[in-house]
Design a protein around this ligand. Structure first.
Ligand code: IMP
Length: 417
């Protein structure tokens, strides 16, 4: 049985959740590995439109065990809100398990994200994710899911950190946060709700599934270009977003992984600042944004739009050791009268590749005519010739098969090769 990793190959928002949902329908275990509620993705299926931030997309498969593992940063009130939304849609949460080792996002993390000028310059989602990972790495003032088990100890610790952080926030950034009693009520409610889902030893469940040859799916949030080490630093998120990082967090040996599916949008988008060599500043960019509804699922911010950039895509495939590609929103791109594809004349497979030089990476472009609507195409052969030409150019360049093409937001709008 395969162990599959699904990773994003761009700056997030590649449409990973739709692909994860596809695999999750037959998975036995789905593991969310990283990030927090800074990530967000929409799934459209029998449950209507569902936006998930923290809960693995596998939750829509009642038979799949869904684990939020230790690399995820969890804001308890937001997780509870998401759980309630799912329950209101009759989605069962019986199979949801949370690692006790995952760190908690606390109100001071959100206040720090809002208060620090540098966070605004980085264009963070203001969900407190960076400051939470910072305290985790700092090994101080950190609370983890497992701390919720001991109520007295948890609130004593919470109060003492709150006092210290309230002083620091006021002194350093002139920022205030909620008073302790408000936070206490908020976290006490969330604690009650989360306790039944905390799993003593999620690794045991994962190992058992591996031993029984069950189908396992590792869900990686964000995208390679937002990775702390491999992305466009410092305009990145505060964790690792690679397939290898997912194995590390899930406790799955890289040797046990059978498939690494890289998800890329047929064009590029990015929220927040940072380099973007193929960005469209013209009317075409706005058109793409409107056609693709390119507004952040978490913050509603308009996404910057541009053409696909093959050297960056190739880099993301290499770092992630991608075995196959899922290309999303090909239907949207084809609605433009003319399409361009950024090919790197200067960058070949064996050339040194350096993100230090990303600003010099303005590529040469190949031109295509828009291929019009493909939402009724169910097989590759039914795709218009110009769309096939576009796909072939990508495939030849990145030397990985494109095995999935998403042609619309609904679950059934996908061509599987
Ligand atoms: P943070 O993750 O909130 O600290 O934000 C750091 C950078 O990552 C900002 O540019 C965000 O817009 C971006 N970012 C974080 N999560 C996502 C995501 O899921 N999709 C797209 N961009 C994201």
């Amino acid at each position: 049985m395969p162990t599959t990793v699904v990773v994003g190959l761009q700056w997030g928002d590649e449409g990973k959740r739709k692909i994860i949902d596809l695999f999750a329908q037959r998975a036995d275990v789905v593991i969310r590995c990283n990030g927090g509620n800074n990530a967000g993705g929409t799934i459209v299926n029998g449950h209507g439109e569902v936006i998930l931030h923290l809960i693995p997309a596998g939750i829509l498969n009642p038979a799949a065990l869904c684990i939020i593992e230790r690399g995820v940063t969890i804001h308890p009130p937001s997780l509870v809100e998401e759980m309630e939304l799912l329950e209101s849609r009759n989605v069962s949460l019986k199979q949801l398990k949370i690692s006790p080792y995952a760190h908690l996002v606390m109100p001071w993390h959100i206040a720090e994200d809002r208060g620090q000028e540098i966070m605004a310059i980085r264009g963070t989602t203001l969900r407190g994710i960076g400051p939470c990972y910072q305290d985790k790495a700092g090994r101080r003032d950190a609370l983890r899911v497992g701390d919720l088990w001991n109520k007295r100890r948890f609130f004593t610790f919470l109060e003492s950190i709150w006092r210290k952080k309230a002083r620091e926030l006021a002194g350093n950034y002139g920022v205030t946060m909620e008073d302790f009693s408000t936070i206490r009520i908020q976290y006490a409610e969330a604690r009650e709700r989360l306790l039944p889902h905390i799993e003593q030893d999620p690794q045991r469940l994962i190992r058992k599934a591996l031993e029984k040859n069950r189908e396992i799916l590792l869900e990686v949030a964000h995208g390679l270009l937002l990775d702390m080490d491999y992305g466009t630093y410092p305009y990145v998120t505060a964790c690792n977003t690679t397939s290898a990082a997912a194995c590390h967090i899930a406790g799955v040996s890289p040797r046990e992984v059978t498939k690494i599916v890289g998800v890329a949008k047929a064009y590029l988008t990015r929220v927040g600042p940072g380099p973007f060599p193929t960005e469209l500043h013209s009317e075409q960019g706005s058109r793409l944004r409107e056609l693709g509804k390119e507004y952040g699922a978490t913050t509603g911010r308009p996404r910057r739009c541009g053409w696909l950039h093959l050297p960056l895509l190739q880099y993301a495939c290499r770092v992630n050791h991608v075995t196959e590609i899922a290309l999303t929103k090909l239907d949207i791109l084809g609605l433009l009268p003319a399409v361009r594809l950024g090919v790197g004349a200067k960058y070949r497979n064996d050339d040194p590749f350096s993100l230090w030089r990303i600003d010099e990476m303005a590529p040469c472009y190949q031109e295509y005519e828009g291929w019009g609507s493909i939402s009724e195409c169910n097989f590759r052969d039914e795709l218009p010739a110009e769309a096939i030409r576009y796909l072939n150019a990508i495939q030849e360049n990145i030397t990985r098969p494109i095995n999935y093409i998403s042609t619309g937001s609904e679950r059934k709008r996908i061509i599987v090769f």
